[in-house]
Ligand binder design. Structure first.
Ligand SMILES: [Cu+2]
Length: 176
């Protein structure tokens, strides 16, 4: 009896850890920025080499837990020092035209202040340090809809006004 209970508990523990790893989603993408060219398609495109020089570097990590909790981590190196950038996750992949990335990804689509904020969207604004390194992270209780969050767009200033100065295509994963 005792052995059976122990075996049952062990099986449950194995099942929990097994299904946990099966339904988590993790992704890491690293890119080196280059100006857009029609011939060579880069996943990391700079539209403003004053703020995001060619050969500056980006790394994005996403982790989504079984319950949907999603964290996104952003690291950059080689960008303009001591500058405040605005960053959002956008719906479409980057292109030669900065507008190609489309609109912000939103958990609940809408245009009111209830929708356009860092709870319903993913904002990763950061200030670069004196060496041109930057970092930001976000955490939300919801997961992306698969195929609908496709890029990280870097803007010249925080908030909604800044020009699009660089873009990194990242195929963010959906909920399991
Ligand atoms: Cu944006």
């Amino acid at each position: 009896m005792v052995a059976a209970v122990y075996a049952g508990a062990l099986a449950a523990a194995l099942l929990a850890s097994g299904s946990g790893s099966a339904h988590d989603f993790s992704l890491e993408r690293v890119g080196v920025f280059a100006p857009p060219t029609p011939l060579v398609k880069s996943s990391a495109v700079t539209y403003d080499r004053n703020l995001v020089p060619a050969s500056s570097w980006i790394r994005v990590r996403q982790h989504t837990e079984r319950n949907g909790t999603t964290t996104v981590d952003l690291h950059l190196a080689g960008v303009r020092p001591d500058h405040v950038f605005g960053v959002h996750i956008h719906q479409k992949a980057c292109g030669t035209d900065p507008a190609a990335a489309g609109k912000h990804y939103q958990n609940k689509p809408g245009t009111s202040t209830h929708h356009v904020n860092d709870k319903n969207e993913v904002w990763l604004d950061f200030k670069s340090d004196g060496a041109g390194m930057g970092h930001a992270s976000s955490k939300h209780t919801w997961a992306f809809r698969k195929g609908q969050a496709s890029s990280v767009v870097i803007h010249s200033e925080p908030g909604m006004k800044g020009a699009r100065v660089a873009c990194f295509t990242v195929p963010f994963g959906g909920a399991s």
